[in-house]
Design a protein around this ligand. Structure first.
Ligand code: UDX
Length: 435
């Protein structure tokens, strides 16, 4: 078991830090955001993530997980340092790695004995080399270290269980010694025979982007097939099921909807295209997935406009679900943002409700009306749009919904409602690919 420091306490850093302490490692999580660390020291979790609070509580209590402001001290005392700071998209569509490079400089200036410096943040292919160059520049005493790229495949909302039961661990390392160190960090998974992919830094960096872009491709593909189903009267649910039963395709990520969002797919697809451009290559398929995803929320707006016979102005629209998917309060790149913007342009009136993401969306749209229940959000609405597949909306009492609304018009962008029931109750409705 290792002494670990995790720099950056966002989704990836916090979940990984808590998860690694649960594996038996001694973990210090640090961040430049002092407020965040103060919250964590008090036992408060700054993000909504299933199972995280319990995991953090359990491991801080058993003194395997610590939070600290002192980054230099945490660097010095660690055997393995995980870099898990943010890499937001910059104006050119590439990932902004300035925070990563700042951390690399600090590590170079502070390093005092052998360590494995490991990047968990999603960074463009080639970043590992840049990090090594910067550490070398500031590591004037030539202290021995190794570098590792250990990309994370955590899904928001399922991050804790994804960390504890991953499909594989990717370790792109610069030496056999660092591979042994990293295997020790993941000892319980290694013993459980979780596949460990031992590779080079560049290959590990590529795996992360290739995986995310492939999943994005799958979603955009199924969305386009669903759009065609709309036109020809086929049922996308059955098409998806049949596709998914082919082991070569697999049933995962074949759910059509309003387009993918979140902090990863939109950013990572663009970054991959950007990296390829640097090498004079066009990623035609990934570009197509990005374009389809750009158009999909617009298609949802067109559907709503059609349901309301071409007139959205002054109509009261209830938006159910704001987060980019269920089980998270994250609204980054959420398709709901594009739909709300479109509705505002058409001068519709908006009422919104999300079980956990109202506050996150308030930061983007402070002026729309937020409600604390779906019942209150749909009251007297001319139409309701389901944007996120929360279980609460799957189980909505449709008789009650109809009674509460001004007119029973519903757009189900996640295909979670029962079509037969909607028909029987006299709803005017649409969905994605299930006429
Ligand atoms: C993703 C990857 O799954 C994860 O491995 C990586 O580390 C980070 O990015 P996340 O962004 O949390 O995780 O969510 P995910 O569950 O993958 O969904 C991404 C988006 O695709 C969401 O907007 C979701 O609604 C959408 N989606 C997903 C679909 O529209 N259809 C699907 O079938 C699956």
């Amino acid at each position: 078991m290792k002494r670990i420091t995790v720099i950056g306490t966002g989704y990836v850093g916090l979940v990984s830090g808590a998860g690694m302490s649960d594996f038996g490692n001694d973990v210090s999580c640090v961040d430049v955001d002092k407020q965040k660390i103060d919250l964590l020291i008090k036992g408060k979790i700054p993000i909504y993530e299933q199972g995280l609070e319990k995991l953090v509580y359990r491991n801080t209590k058993s003194k395997r997980l610590h939070f600290s402001h002192d980054i230099s001290d945490a660097i010095k005392s660690a055997e393995v340092i995980f870099i898990a700071v943010g890499t937001p998209e910059n104006e050119t569509g590439n990932a902004d790695i300035s925070a990563i490079l700042d951390v690399a400089q600090l590590i170079g200036q502070t390093i005092n004995n052998y360590k494995v410096i490991c990047t968990k943040s999603t960074v463009p292919v080639g970043t590992g080399k840049q990090i090594i160059d910067i550490i070398n520049k500031y590591n004037t005493n030539n202290i021995e270290y190794d570098y590792c790229s250990n990309p994370e495949f955590l899904r928001e909302g399922k991050a804790v269980s994804d960390f504890q039961r991953p499909d594989r661990i990717v370790l792109g390392v610069t030496s056999k010694k660092s591979y042994e160190y990293m295997k020790d960090v993941y000892r319980p998974l290694y013993i459980n025979k979780t596949p460990i992919i031992h590779t080079t830094v560049e290959t590990a960096e590529m795996i992360k982007y290739a995986a995310n872009a492939f999943l994005a491709l799958k979603i955009s593909y199924i969305n386009e097939v669903a759009n065609l189903c709309d036109e020809i009267g086929a049922d996308i649910n059955i098409v998806s099921e049949a596709l998914g039963s082919d082991g070569r395709i697999s049933s995962k990520f074949l759910h059509p909807g309003p387009g993918f969002g979140g902090s990863c797919f939109p950013k990572d697809t663009k970054a991959l295209v950007h990296t390829a451009k640097k090498y004079n290559l066009e990623m035609h398929t990934v570009n197509a997935a990005i374009k389809t995803n750009y158009l999909q929320p617009k298609r949802m707006l067109d559907k709503l406009e059609k349901l309301l016979e071409g007139d959205l102005s002054s109509k009261l629209i209830g938006i159910l679900g704001l987060s980019f998917k269920q089980e998270t309060d994250d609204v980054r790149e959420s398709p709901a943002i594009k739909v709300i913007r479109g509705l505002q342009k058409k001068e519709a009136m908006i009422r919104a409700y999300d079980p956990v993401a109202n506050n996150s969306m308030k930061k983007i749209f402070p002026d729309i009306k937020y409600r604390l229940s779906w019942q209150s959000a749909v009251k007297d609405c001319d139409a309701v749009v389901i944007m996120t597949e929360w279980n609460e909306f799957r189980g909505m009492d449709l008789i009650k919904l109809k009674k509460l609304m001004h007119s029973p018009v519903i757009l189900d962008t996640r295909n979670i409602l029962n079509i037969t029931e909607l028909k029987e109750l006299g709803f005017k409705f649409d969905n994605v690919g299930r006429k």
